[in-house]
Design a protein around this ligand. Structure first.
Ligand code: 13P
Length: 253
């Protein structure tokens, strides 16, 4: 489970469908050599195919291992292609993304499926990082708050009663586009998400809200300096050791 006592902000990388054995090892070795990156508030969500490799390379290291998705089936069985939360736990996975916009878009993940994924992750001691965010047309028509509130409402029952929840706000129009939400847009949405979660989950729950969407070395420290932002979820820049290290330097302060 992800747990941090240092007060540092989260930096989670999402490799998406990228990597090979040799390049993964090179990238990881460069990151592990740096104590500001090889730290408990930093994690990497890698492709399922490489979780085993990462388990091996990360043994005894502080940097945390993450998955990009988890099956909505809990028990072993005839579910070809699926990877269960129990399997992720077996590999030492500390967190898993749930409901990334690319999963919602290409794999039609429903609220029921996402809720099951969240429950199975918690049951295995894996922190689900629930991704929400509006598309461009929702932003252009000003309905982004309603879209995100609807996504939260869809999984709220699975989050209820937890000590800790983690969400990532990733506006779809800012993912992989080089467009970043403005600091004002980030603050406004994070405040709304926090209020929405507090209302649904109560104040005893520790809530972490990450921002994702074209986070890079040159904008990370501004985003991470916002008190409403508890960390960042980094896509493309997590594939480059220099970029990712610089993002981490903004979080360690
Ligand atoms: P980029 O940082 O490449 O925009 O991706 C963001 C993302 O989707 C992280 O999950």
């Amino acid at each position: 489970m992800l747990n941090v006592a240092t007060g540092a902000k989260w930096v989670l990388g999402n490799w998406k469908m990228n990597g090979r054995l040799a390049s993964n090892q090179r990238l990881l070795e460069a990151l592990l050599a740096d104590p500001q990156v090889n730290a408990g508030h930093v994690g990497l969500a890698v492709p399922s195919a490489y979780l085993g490799q990462m388990t091996h390379l990360l043994a005894g290291q502080a940097l945390r291992l993450g998955a990009q998705c988890v099956s909505h089936f809990a028990d072993d069985g005839a579910y070809t292609g699926e990877v269960s939360a129990a399997m992720l736990a077996d590999l030492g996975v500390a967190f898993t993304l749930v409901g990334h916009s690319e999963r919602r878009q290409y794999f039609a993940e429903s609220d029921d499926s996402l809720s099951a994924q969240i429950r199975h992750a918690y049951a295995q001691g894996i922190m689900p990082v629930v991704c929400v965010g509006e598309g461009l047309s929702a932003r252009e028509t000003g309905v982004q708050d309603a879209v995100v509130a609807g996504q939260i409402a869809g999984v709220a029952a699975a989050l209820a009663g937890r000590d800790r929840v983690m969400l990532a706000y990733e506006p779809v129009w800012a993912i992989g586009t080089g467009l970043t939400a403005s600091l004002g847009q980030i603050v406004a949405m994070h405040e709304k998400i926090r209020a929405c979660l507090l209302e649904k989950l109560g104040s005893s729950c520790t809530i972490s809200i990450l921002y994702g969407g074209s986070v890079k070395a040159d904008n990370a420290s501004d985003i991470l300096s916002l008190s409403e932002v508890d960390g960042v979820l980094v896509g493309g820049a997590s594939l480059d050791a220099g970029q990712f290290k610089n993002v981490c330097y903004g979080a360690a302060k």
